[in-house]
Every structure is written in structure tokens, then in C-alpha cells.
Design a protein around this ligand. Structure first.
Ligand SMILES: *[C@@H]1O[C@H](CO)[C@@H](O)[C@H](O)[C@H]1NC(C)=O
Ligand SMILES: *[C@@H]1O[C@H](CO)[C@@H](O)[C@H](O)[C@H]1NC(C)=O
Ligand SMILES: *[C@@H]1O[C@H](CO)[C@@H](O)[C@H](O)[C@H]1NC(C)=O
Length: 173
């Protein structure tokens, strides 16, 4: 049987055309387009903007929230950063919990996708996580400032505790 190859061509062409020419339409598309896992940001973001020249993006969440999984992340109302391939630089609005303290995540990098690892630069240390943790955007539960002791310390209040943290990390490693 002959494969009706030519009849497939218009469909293939159309797919190519759409993929190549439609600009990424969600912030998740932009992450994907830059070789980053879409689960770095929580589920359901629709209010975002990105500057096509600088690749600086802004995201407004409906509420600040915490994503709780193997690692705890806190997302502020407003998140911004600069996207480039395999990297988010100048990140603001995302913090990571470590030993009950919150540390702003400054940069996120995937140096080598084949390693399956992603790096979070939290200022004092580079933390490595499995890329697979961030495959899908997570639910993000509203942040309650009056909640547990561990989340009552706002990231912005933590300048100055970084040194302590570094010693603690050294002590346990
Ligand atoms: C976020 O909210 C601010 C203030 O309401 C608005 O100016 C901005 O356009 C919104 N969207 C983004 C993507 O920053
Ligand atoms: C941050 O996000 C909130 C909620 O979407 C919005 O009301 C506020 O104006 C934003 N601020 C900036 C600086 O975009
Ligand atoms: C990152 O932020 C710093 C200080 O705000 C600024 O000087 C630098 O140009 C920014 N980098 C990018 C790539 O936007």
C-alpha cells in the first residue's frame, strides 16, 4: 500500500507554520520556550506581561501563596524576572523555605538538561533539585501570615539571617 504522503503535507505544513509563528501565549509557554519547566510557577496564571526586547516578565497572582511539595516555595503577589534560555535572572517574588527560614530565590538555572537538575540560587548557596519536581504547575494555597510559626517570618524580614543559615547548612552537611 502506498502511503498517501502528499495528503499529509498540508497538515504538517500548517502545524509547522502555527508552531513557528504563533507567539507563546501564556507565561508557561514562555518558560517552555526557554527550556525551563513550567511548574516553576504556580497553576492558573493569566495576568502576565513580557517585554519582547528584554524578556523581562511580570506576573500578578490573585493572592500570595505557598506551594507545598518536596520543597516549599512562597510566591508573592507580584513576580518578575528576566528569561533567557535555561535561566531566570533577577527573579523577585519567589522564596524557598529551608530549615524554617525563607530565602529569596535570585536566579534559577538549568545548566545541563541531561543532568535532570535545576539550580536555585538563594544568595548564600546554590541548591540543586530534580527537574522532575517542576514538570507541572502546582496548586498554590493562599498564604496566611497568621499561620504556623514557620511561615510567619516573611522573606523580607530575613535579611541578616543568611549567615546563620549558611552555618546551619554547613553543620548538617
Ligand atoms: C498587575 O497589576 C498592576 C496593578 O494593578 C498592573 O499595572 C499590571 O498591568 C498588572 N499586570 C502585570 C502583568 O503586571
Ligand atoms: C501586584 O499584584 C496585585 C494583585 O494582582 C496588584 O493589585 C498590585 O497592583 C500589583 N503591584 C504591582 C507593582 O504590579
Ligand atoms: C538585574 O537587576 C540589576 C539591579 O536591579 C540590574 O542592574 C541589571 O541590569 C538587571 N539585569 C537584567 C538582565 O535585567
Amino acid at each position: 500500500m502506498r502511503i498517501p504522503f502528499l495528503s499529509l503535507f498540508p497538515a504538517l505544513f500548517l502545524t509547522f507554520f502555527l508552531t513557528a509563528h504563533s507567539p507563546p501565549s501564556s507565561i508557561y509557554d514562555h518558560l517552555k520556550h526557554n527550556g525551563l519547566p513550567i511548574g516553576l510557577l504556580p497553576k492558573g496564571i493569566s495576568d502576565f506581561s513580557i517585554d519582547p526586547n528584554t524578556n523581562r516578565f511580570h506576573v500578578n497572582l490573585t493572592h500570595p501563596c505557598n506551594s507545598e511539595f518536596e520543597i516549599q516555595l512562597h510566591y508573592d503577589f507580584n513576580i518578575s524576572g528576566v528569561l533567557s534560555f535555561g535561566k531566570i535572572a533577577n527573579l523577585s517574588g519567589v522564596s524557598q523555605q529551608e530549615l524554617f527560614l525563607w530565602f529569596p530565590v535570585i536566579n534559577i538555572r538549568v545548566d545541563d538538561p541531561t543532568s535532570g537538575l535545576i539550580n536555585f540560587d538563594v544568595g548564600v548557596v546554590d541548591k540543586q533539585f530534580s527537574l522532575s519536581l517542576f514538570e507541572i504547575p502546582r496548586d498554590c494555597t493562599a498564604f496566611d501570615p497568621k499561620g504556623s510559626l514557620s511561615i510567619s517570618q516573611k522573606p523580607s524580614e530575613l535579611l541578616g539571617t543568611e549567615i546563620v543559615e549558611e552555618h546551619m547548612l554547613r553543620a548538617i552537611s
